[in-house]
Design a protein. Structure first.
Length: 480
């Protein structure tokens, strides 16, 4: 790692140059090893940050000479970029990797690699080492930029490679990116998390918070706008903490204002926000900057202060509601609120859960991402007493989803006959001739239209609000 005047370590130019040289070596090896240009299959699990990481992985692989495929059985390199947030995601990884055993036996020149958050956990890496001997390469979240070197060692050596350093991570700039989407782009502005919510494994596998330099973020943003991207989402485990480790410090609201002031026709989104760090300055910035989407994803996880303390969330339901009330005051019905909720946290009672239901009714979110608690080994919550049976938690979960479905329908009904500036991002699902768009509040509106509208802003009138999507029609006479 190179020396830095900032609090957060950065990967040195010398290290980045070394990886470029390894990219050239890999290109030479695979040109001899394979009769035709080899294909890589990168399978991504989990959050948008993992998607962004996979785009970097594919960017490096492209430089090394790989083509890409979604069919694992025609790939010479298969990489699983894994998620550790919930048990279900881990089970899927183990199942899908296991299914490659016979493929690897019949195709010995295939490289199978695992990376991402799961691999940063020592007990998972050990399980891969002992039970999945056909996996060639395992690397953690902090060494993605070293993929050229790791792949070269795998291709030229005979030993399996496990590269999982115990460190807080560093910022690596200048890594090539192959983006999955021509219509929207992910832009990581920071990595890691300092919050240590008692149920969450992320700080242990992603390391401490570290922000990219403001100038680097702005330069990449400008490049995306120049490439024609019109919807750009800023990413971080907790974007509200952006800039606290920079010298001098920069607030997330300040970054938003600077990006919004840039020339171009684009919309800025961001995720995820933590309520304890969500400031009135941020809400005021959302309200005042036309290019910042009026969509606030602000997870509250529980409506019970007792449970929030056990979760180590560092705010109360009253403080959360104060933020929501202020945001609605400034942005009104145009504001779209989404949130995350965990049902059945260890020690949660039905009275606690009813407080969550009452908070859901007060917030009136557009939609919720709801989960039944999943214990994560190595977190404090995994050691807590959890007496409520799974069947009871499932009943609570259904109560919550039934309530939110009614709220979502009522929130959608507010938009009937309104006209919105929408970004058309892909094909629709309401019919073969429908395309899908999002308004400023992140609400999906589908309308009949040609696919050549994808990647453009259009004025769309809502003609039929549904539960989780709206049907609309294009307003051709209105210029934006």
């Amino acid at each position: 790692m190179g020396a830095s005047t900032r609090k957060t370590a950065v990967v040195s130019n010398e290290e980045l140059e070394k990886q470029k040289q390894f990219s050239q070596r890999v290109a030479s090896v695979i040109s001899v090893k394979y009769d035709e240009k080899p294909k890589a299959c990168v399978v991504t699990y989990g959050c948008q940050q993992n998607v962004a990481d996979s785009e970097k992985i594919k960017g490096m692989l492209e430089v090394m000479g790989y083509d890409f495929t979604d069919n694992r059985l025609e790939a010479k390199l298969i990489i699983f970029n894994t998620c550790a947030v919930r048990e279900h995601a881990e089970d899927r990884v183990f199942g899908n990797v296991g299914m490659l055993k016979s493929y690897k036996r019949e195709n010995t020149d295939v490289i199978i690699a695992l990376c991402g958050c799961m691999m940063q956990q020592s007990h998972i890496a050990q399980k891969i080492k002992m039970s999945y001997p056909f996996v060639d390469l395992v690397f953690g979240t902090h060494v993605i930029h070293c993929l050229p070197e790791l792949l070269y060692r795998t291709l030229t050596g005979r030993k399996r490679i496990f590269e999982i350093p115990d460190m807080d991570g560093a910022i690596a700039e200048g890594i090539p990116v192959k983006r999955d989407d021509d219509a929207k782009a992910w832009l990581p502005i920071m990595y890691g998390c300092n919050n240590f919510c008692s149920y969450c494994i992320v700080p242990y596998v992603r390391g401490r918070e570290r922000s990219r330099e403001k100038a680097d973020v702005i330069n990449e943003f400008k490049e995306l706008v120049a490439q024609g991207y019109k919807e750009i989402t800023l990413l971080g485990q907790n974007v509200n903490s952006y800039g606290k480790d920079l010298m001098p410090c920069v607030s997330f609201a300040e970054l938003l204002r600077e990006l919004s002031s840039l020339d171009g026709d684009f919309r800025i989104r961001f995720m995820t926000s933590h309520p304890k760090d969500c400031t009135k300055e941020l809400i005021e910035t959302m309200a005042s900057c036309d290019k910042v989407a009026q969509h606030l994803h602000l997870p509250f996880q529980s409506g019970s202060n007792r449970v929030l303390r056990a979760m180590n969330r560092h705010y109360t339901r009253e403080q959360y509601l104060e933020l929501i009330t202020y945001a609605k005051k400034l942005m009104g019905d145009e504001l779209s609120i989404t949130s995350d909720i965990i049902v059945g946290f260890p020690g949660e009672t039905y009275d606690d859960f009813k407080e969550t239901l009452s908070l859901v009714e007060a917030v009136k979110a557009t939609s919720l991402f709801t989960f039944i608690y999943s214990p994560r080994k190595g977190t404090p919550a995994a050691e807590m007493d959890d007496p409520i049976p799974a069947e009871e938690k499932s009943k609570w979960f259904k109560q919550l989803t039934d309530l939110q479905e009614k709220i979502s329908a009522s929130q959608m009904a507010l938009h009937k006959d309104k006209v919105y500036k929408c970004y058309v991002y892909g094909k629709g699902k309401l019919g073969d001739n429908y395309v899908a768009a999002r308004n400023d509040g992140n609400l999906i509106i589908e309308f009949e239209g040609d696919e050549n509208l994808i990647g453009t802003f259009q004025s769309i009138r809502v003609i039929e609000p549904l539960t989780f999507v709206m049907r609309g029609e294009i307003v051709k006479e209105k210029k934006l």
